[in-house]
Ligand binder design. Structure first.
Ligand code: FAD
Ligand code: SIN
Length: 530
């Protein structure tokens, strides 16, 4: 049975950062369910927010983040993220990440919503690709790191002694031969990213099925703030979509450079919604577009990029320019058709400031985790930053806790045969994604949440029976996790009877600090407002 000091699940910015730091203290095995580069990280456009500007300061970034988080940020987490971020960005630069430089030889700093200063460090509009490329290159050659691609973690292995749960590793499916092996580990680090695939329209690639959160929840970890799902305001509107096609992102940095939202007659509408107009926080912009579309009956809004000019646009945003061309969008009129789509999960496995979950020897960081740094709404480009900082912290803290791997039981295949009813998976996958999009989206209501809950329970029952009857496959594991994720989002949303940050419900449209200025915690089906 394979065993290692550190088992890292996921190879995005969080997993790879953790792996490189942990490898200074022991042997690391990374399991990742597709190719090692495939991750949300790989598609990040805008950049990493970090204080480098001469007119900027840590306190400014802290203030902006806390203001964006609508009363729920953990100030200590924000301070750690903002103050430790710049050094880690410099480490990336030294590792070979080609950040865009300005004419004076310093980092070129972009601007995005909610940030009062220019502080977005970027590699044109393919920042995530550049970061992922450099991190993967460094891990591939590392003598203490083994990377297992096409290995999908399906469940954590735990040991329960009364109230105390410890993580001993994970069961992992080799998706190329269908074998499942137990991997025992001194420390297990969950970095499986977010779960945008739970919605029909999302910027997230197919890997984002919330596996880590669902696994941790099943194992008994506390999950926090799942109602706070971020919808990105501007993804390219396309009249036809393949079921699993990712919505193509039009970075917020485009608005930072002068792009303005308007309707099809050219009417600019954002100044009617927020004093910061097009650079208001994302929840405000996404809801404004949703409200404009509901009122007018139109299918999309437009991003007017004419003030940027086509040449500059093409130079500054080559990835977006090419993406539009590939999708036959005519940019000569300076108008990009846009709609919101699910983008980022603020909630996740609750961790302390060192990435510790409440299961012993189980750590997490990145989009899987909830450190409290984003509160009820994440500011643009604070996600890569958070992943970097807390993955590095988790590597430091967990190396102090490192112990020898324990003996574990092999996976039990008994009673599982190949299914001849694959339609159960494809049908229910579509049903969950559609249900979440229509009933648990940008604007919620008590009635729709109650209906979603009822329908999801029926689907969950079907999937539970199916899961234990047939041989485990990757798509079934992911569907099971998406159903758990949907249930967690619905339960948390249902318990927050107010509107705050990314959670907006028309039945309780005001913020209620007296009752709800607190995290939503859920453990083994029990909701708690901490
Ligand atoms: P990911 O990068 O998603 O990595 C998760 C890894 O886990 C992947 O390797 C995946 O294959 C693996 N995995 C998942 N499940 C399993 C399993 N069961 N077993 C094994 N492996 C598994 N944030 C910013 O700060 N700035 C930006 O400019 C920005 N732009 C974005 C643009 C887009 C289009 C998207 C989708 C997101 C953007 N974000 C941005 C958000 C940011 O990219 C992510 O939050 C961040 O990259 C998450 O990093 P991560 O390491 O936590 O997860
Ligand atoms: C974007 O480029 O608009 C995405 C930035 C982010 O999600 O932080």
């Amino acid at each position: 049975m394979p065993s290692t000091d550190f088992l890292v699940i996921g190879s995005g910015i969080a997993g790879l950062t953790f792996a490189l730091k942990a490898a200074e203290h022991g042997k690391v095995t990374i399991v990742t369910k597709k190719d090692d580069t495939e991750s949300n990280t790989n598609y990040a456009q805008g950049g990493v927010a970090a204080v480098f500007g001469s007119d900027d300061g840590l306190e400014d970034h802290i203030r902006d983040t806390i203001e964006g988080g609508a009363g729920l940020c953990n100030p200590e987490a924000v301070r750690a993220m903002v103050s430790e971020g710049p050094a880690l960005v410099q480490e990336l630069s030294q590792m070979g990440v080609g950040f865009t430089m300005n004419t004076q030889g310093g980092l070129d700093l972009g601007k995005e919503g909610g940030h009062s200063k220019r502080r977005i460090v970027h590699a044109k509009d393919y920042t995530g690709f550049e970061i992922e490329r450099a991190l993967v290159a460094k891990t591939r050659g590392h003598s203490n790191i083994t990377v297992l691609e096409h290995h999908l973690a399906i469940d954590l292995i735990t040991d329960r002694q009364g109230e105390r749960i410890s993580c001993l590793g994970a069961y992992v499916l080799d998706t190329r031969n269908g074998e499942i092996e137990g991997h025992s580990a001194g420390i297990t680090f969950l970095a499986t990213g977010g779960g945008g695939q739970v919605y029909l329209h999302t910027t997230n690639p197919a890997i984002a099925t919330g596996d880590g959160i669902a696994m941790a929840y099943r194992a008994g970890a506390t999950i926090a703030n799942m109602e706070f799902v971020q919808f990105h305001p501007t993804t390219l509107y396309q009249s036809s979509f393949e079921e699993n096609e990712r919505s193509f992102l039009i970075s917020e940095a485009v608005r930072g450079e002068g792009g303005v939202l308007c309707d099809k007659s050219g009417r600019r509408f954002m100044s009617g919604y927020h004093p910061k107009a097009d650079l208001a926080p994302r929840d405000v912009v996404a809801r404004a577009i949703d409200s404009e579309l509901k009122a007018s009956g139109e299918i999309c809004a437009f991003l007017d990029i004419s003030s940027i000019g086509q040449d500059k646009f093409q130079k500054r945003f080559p990835n977006i320019f090419q993406g539009c061309q590939q999708r036959v969008i005519d940019l000569s009129r300076g108008l990009i058709p846009v709609v919101p789509a699910a983008h980022y999960l603020c909630g996740g496995v609750r961790t302390d400031l060192w990435g510790r979950s409440d299961i012993k020897r189980l750590y997490s960081a990145g989009e899987t985790a909830c450190t409290g740094a984003h509160g009820a709404n994440r500011l643009a480009s604070n996600s890569l930053l958070e992943a970097l900082v807390f993955a590095a912290r988790a590597a430091q803290a967990s190396s102090d806790e490192l112990k020898s791997p324990d003996n574990i039981q092999p996976w039990d295949y008994v009673g599982s045969v190949q299914s001849r009813e694959r339609v159960v998976v494809s049908h229910n996958l579509h049903a969950v994604r559609l249900l979440m999009w229509n009933y648990v989206g940008i604007v919620r209501s008590d009635t729709r949440l109650a209906m979603a809950k009822k329908r999801l329970q029926a689907i969950a029952g079907e999937i539970r029976d199916y899961y234990w009857k047939y041989r485990v496959t990757a798509d079934l594991v992911e569907l099971r996790n998406l159903v758990s994720l949907a249930g967690l989002i619905i339960d948390c949303a249902d318990s927050r009877q107010e509107s705050r940050g990314l959670h907006y419900t028309q039945d309780h449209s005001e913020r209620d600090d007296r009752h709800f200025r607190r995290d939503t915690l859920i453990n083994s089906g029990r909701i708690n407002l901490s």
